[in-house]
Design a protein around this ligand. Sequence first.
Ligand code: PAF
Length: 288
Amino acid sequence: MKLVHTIEDLRTALRPFDAPAFVPTMGNLHEGHLDLVRAAQPLGDVTVSSIFVNRLQFAPHEDFDSYPRTLQADCDRLERAGCDVVFAPLEKELYPEPQVFKVHPPADLADILEGHFRPGFFIGVCTVVMKLFQCVFSEAKGPRHALFGKKDYQQQMVIRRMVQQFALPITIVAGETQRAADGLALSSRNGYLSESERAEAVQLSLALRGLARDALAAADALPRQLAGLEARAMHALATRGWQPDYLTVRRRADLQPPQASDASTPQSLVVLGAARLGNTRLIDNFEI
Ligand code: PAF
């Protein structure tokens, strides 16, 4: 496995290949990332991963400075998972000057849910992903694939739409969320949890499963009853000491609230949630 730190070295390393399959990450890798790396291998002739903690997608009060940076352990894991090239640029390589050209995703998809609670988050994500795509795919001549985890459900939808609108010749592949034995979605931020918080953390996924069950049971009256069901699920988490941002049922196609016409196709829905436990903000979702 080759580790490169500059865009020039990355392009040199990828020049002999036609069809990169790319897994962008911010490092501190877990099984969810490694699963994407393994899924990438049959899709191309070289498997590439990036490790870059992207300042642009963090608000000033968020955890950019404390985000775990574990390059050596990440490289060991990537090598064992079959990655061929790791791109780990320094900040001054990717942003040698303030990044003033930015990708602004559409409000209907990017200013709701995560984008509502983390304003500017998807601008930062789209901008860095667009830039990483330019670095990784510029030498490609064959099929190009990029893989994202469904744990960041809205993120992979925003990126899919960006790729479609800019006519980028890249196929976006979404990988299933990997979970711990108790059902907690794997996340780099789980490492922030204390022992007691870690034991409690699974309650977010349980609350979402409960909300999905309630929504299915009330499918016929869904648009009318939904606000009540969501409020009840959020209240139940709040009474356990969580600070929920949202627990909600949305359409998979556009992340908008379901309409009466969606009642007959509950499999077109997804439940999504974000909540803070102590100082740690967790997100999760389930496709119904
Ligand atoms: O999901 C992530 O880890 C990040 O948002 C991404 C896609 C690597 C962009 O920084």
